[in-house]
Design a protein around this ligand. Structure first.
Ligand SMILES: [Zn+2]
Length: 416
């Protein structure tokens, strides 16, 4: 066993990685080939037990913090250094797939296995992290426990969250046996790398394998209420109406125009309620949500100003009132340029042209980036489909992503 600084001959075992992906998909596996493994359920406990056992078999020690985040540690030559880390999440959506989050954890496992089989000892300890409740499906918001780790949320506010059945997060965490002793956030790390499926169509469309993720889009959410006046559909002439739904329809179309005018921005109305929702009543009130995203915060701010102006003009023309409330503001994240360069270099070394890409969805890495140098690696998924039981990737792409993760980890070990 000796220290190799380059380690460029190291490769992950793609067969073993694929076997792990298929094996863990059984915990919460659905008849349609997807996975339902909501956080802090029996299925989550099963996959955690599997994770702990498998990491220990690879010679790692596994610790658990007070939010249930798991850290599998492979010692380094200088064990006093904070670890180089990698990871993602093992929880899924109710109709989730086999790869969202899971690839990042099991790809990390493949890295640990490659290091062990090569007898390669890194300078830093290497740790593989499974973050609790990334999905935010059973307990909202998403990325909850990387959020506590990074100081975004307090431990107590998260422990007191309740699911729709009224069950408390803290009680459910205790119940599956994964409330650890280490206080969440008191775990210094040197750097963090997260491998993830793209969950979008860009890599597949461009026939590329590796995305070097530069950051995560800025995102703002709003609740919009439009108030007009209920009226009889037969007896109210068109010029005298205060139709909240008609005005809302124009607003929804205007939002799409604002998004297109700020490309590559996206703007979405995904939820709408109409009152009284009766076939012969001119609608008096509507409620809908707005979601806008762009890689740069100043563009998000410009979009906000633009759509609000359009909405107010539409309301005035339609004889209705509009109230717009911003309920969420997640600033854009710019990953550490040095870490992003390590990902790109590792991709080239493995024979892939890295594609610079900005993530649409949020990820644990977005919060970890606040406390440590961070970057992400994307691999393609079929038709860009995710949060879907039909989510699909190839074994070759999984292996490629894990090899780039390994290369990035070795570069970080040499650089930090
Ligand atoms: Zn994910």
């Amino acid at each position: 066993m000796g220290l190799k600084t380059s380690g460029s001959n190291l490769r992950v075992d793609g067969e073993a990685l694929w076997t792990d992906l298929m094996e863990t998909a059984r915990f919460g596996g659905t008849p349609k080939g997807g996975v339902k493994r909501l956080t802090l359920t029996a299925e989550d406990r099963q996959v955690r037990d599997w994770f702990v056992k498998t990491c220990e078999e690879l010679g790692c020690t596994v610790s658990c913090d007070s939010m249930g985040n798991l850290f599998a540690r492979r010692p380094g030559l200088d064990d006093s250094l904070p670890p180089i880390t990698m990871g993602s999440h093992l929880d899924t959506q109710p109709t989730g797939g086999k790869f969202d989050g899971i690839l990042g954890v099991l790809g990390g496992l493949a890295v640990l296995r490659a290091l062990r089989e090569a007898g390669h000892v890194t300078r830093h300890p290497i740790e593989l992290i499974n973050w609790t409740n990334e999905e935010g499906s059973r307990f909202t918001p998403p990325m909850m426990c990387s959020g506590v780790f990074a100081g975004i949320f307090t431990e107590q506010e998260v422990l007191d969250k309740r699911d729709r059945a009224g069950l408390r997060f803290g009680d459910e965490l205790e119940a599956i046996g994964y409330r650890g002793g280490e206080i969440c956030g008191q775990h210094p790390i040197t750097a963090y790398f997260e491998l993830h499926i793209e969950q979008g169509p860009i890599l597949e469309a461009e026939e590329l394998t590796i995305g070097a993720v530069a950051g995560v889009q800025g995102m703002r959410w709003y609740e919009v209420t439009v108030r007009g006046r209920d009226a009889h559909a037969g007896s109210t002439p068109m010029p005298l109406r205060h139709d909240a739904l008609l005005a809302s329809a124009h607003m929804i179309a205007a939002l799409a125009e604002v998004a297109r005018a700020h490309a590559p921005a996206v703007g979405t109305v995904g939820l709408i309620e109409n009152h009284p929702n009766s076939n012969n009543v001119v609608p008096g009130e509507t409620f809908f949500t707005v979601d806008i995203r762009h890689p740069e915060d100043h563009v998000v701010a410009a979009m906000e100003a633009a759509f609000q102006e359009r909405f107010r003009a539409i309301a005035e023309a339609g004889g209705v009132d509009v109230e717009i409330v911003r309920i969420w503001d997640a600033p854009a994240v710019h990953f550490d340029p040095a870490c992003v360069a390590m990902v790109a270099d590792a991709a080239r070394e493995a024979g892939f042209a890295p594609r610079s890409i900005v993530s649409g969805p949020g990820h644990d890495a977005a919060y970890v980036a606040r406390v440590a140098p961070t970057a992400m690696i994307f691999v393609p998924c079929k038709d860009g489909l995710s949060h879907n039981e039909e989510e699909s990737i190839t074994q070759a792409d999984a292996q490629a992503g894990a090899n780039v993760l390994l290369g990035a980890i070795l570069r970080a070990d040499a650089a930090f």
